[in-house]
Write a protein that binds this ligand. Structure first.
Ligand SMILES: *[C@@H]1O[C@H](CO)[C@@H](O)[C@H](O)[C@H]1NC(C)=O
Ligand SMILES: *[C@@H]1O[C@H](CO)[C@@H](O)[C@H](O)[C@H]1NC(C)=O
Length: 355
């Protein structure tokens, strides 16, 4: 009897759990956001690759994390903000028929310190043009007030001129997810992009409820993936008793979690409600894990050289590069030209961020 119910349970599990090879696609009538698991597992590889520090390998898409599901990606622009230890790229994924934009945020000292700081962050900036919307100044400026934004916007324009009106997919992990959200909103509000899709992984809260509501209306095709007990989506904290002061996530969360049955662990993926703060998703657990923050869908989301905001660059890609007076680097390629191929790499020049 017991065995029979276990079999039923396994069958039921297989019907909903993607680990049994079934696509999990859930549409909600109130919002357009569709969770497309296949797409999430592709975009998480872009969010992982943007952590790579060898700019040559990244620009030519030959890095260790540039194979797999992202194979054939053509980078158009790689922007490195040396001062603030930020990185982003824009390119074209022909298999997705889309422009893909990925961001990497800073966690230069240690992720523990970065996480600790987030506990105390106040909403401290009015989002322009949206009454009552408040956002996190640091995340906002990382996208809006650095080398990153002009570099990204220029590349999107170039890509559209060459390829026509492709879809735009924006992604990022952790603080990179926060930057991806601001970028998607910027493209929609200020650059008339209509087909913007966002999938972020383990991103923190970035604004208040008013901001979340604007965001949800303007960029409805957004999925914010959270994983198990990942601490970062719980930060800055949500204080339900202080509705005027609290940060509030925008929809739509998809929570990945495991349930153990005896010695077997089943993976589940829950598409959460449209509030952004579904109490039955990641908020149902204590956010206490950094390990759960650093791996999504089995993909590693860490710096290759931990705690070092370093870059390496081969002299041969320097002809594609521009460096400003602060040392920030933009590597840029005309979409009409071939992707540079560099098989044997010489020892690259090494530079350090925040020197
Ligand atoms: C999910 O995404 C993949 C990759 O972009 C795409 O091939 C597939 O058609 C999408 N599925 C749906 C139902 O949109
Ligand atoms: C952006 O940078 C400029 C110049 O450094 C500064 O004056 C401005 O206040 C910054 N804006 C924000 C929102 O931090």
């Amino acid at each position: 009897m017991e065995q029979k119910s276990l079999i039923i349970l396994i069958i039921l599990t297989c019907l909903i759990a993607p680990s049994c090879g079934r696509e999990l696609l859930v549409t909600h009538k109130d919002k357009q956001a569709v969770y497309n698991r296949t797409l999430a597992t592709i975009l998480v590889e872009y969010a992982s690759a943007v952590y790579m520090s060898d700019l040559t390998e990244l620009f030519t898409w030959t890095c260790a994390r540039c194979g797999g599901l992202t194979k054939g990606f053509e980078v158009i622009e790689l922007v490195v903000d040396i001062q603030n230890c930020l990185q982003g790229f824009v390119g074209v994924a022909k298999d997705l028929n889309a422009i893909v934009i990925a961001f990497r945020g800073t966690q230069d000292n240690s992720i523990q310190n970065w996480v600790k700081d987030l506990f105390w962050k106040q909403l401290d900036l009015k989002y322009p043009g949206m009454p009552n919307a408040m956002v996190h100044h640091g995340f906002y400026t990382a996208y809006h007030n650095t080398t990153i934004r002009p570099g990204i916007l220029y590349a999107v324009k170039k890509a559209k001129e060459f390829y026509g009106d492709l879809d735009i997919m924006v992604t990022g992990h952790s603080m990179g997810g926060a930057m991806a959200s601001f970028c998607a909103l910027d493209l929609t509000v200020n650059h008339e992009a209509k087909n913007v899709q966002v999938i972020t992984f383990g991103q923190p809260r970035i604004g208040n409820a008013a901001f979340a509501s604007y965001y949800g209306k303007l960029v409805p095709n957004t999925v914010r993936v959270t994983n198990e007990h990942d601490i970062v989506p719980h930060l800055p904290p949500y204080y339900s008793y202080f509705p005027q002061k609290t940060y509030h996530h925008f929809p739509r969360e998809v929570w990945l979690y495991n349930l153990g049955l005896g010695s077997v662990v089943y993976q589940f993926e829950k598409v959460c409600d449209g509030s952004g703060e579904d109490p039955d998703c990641s908020r149902s657990v204590t956010g206490s894990s950094i390990t759960d923050h650093l791996n999504y869908y089995g993909v590693d989301l860490t710096f290759i050289r931990w705690r070092s905001c370093r870059i390496v660059m081969d002299p041969r890609v320097e002809e594609y590069g521009k460096t400003d007076d602060k040392g920030n680097i933009v590597l840029s390629r005309d979409p009409a030209t071939l992707v540079p191929r560099m098989n044997t790499l010489s020892n690259g020049r090494e530079a350090t961020y925040n020197a």
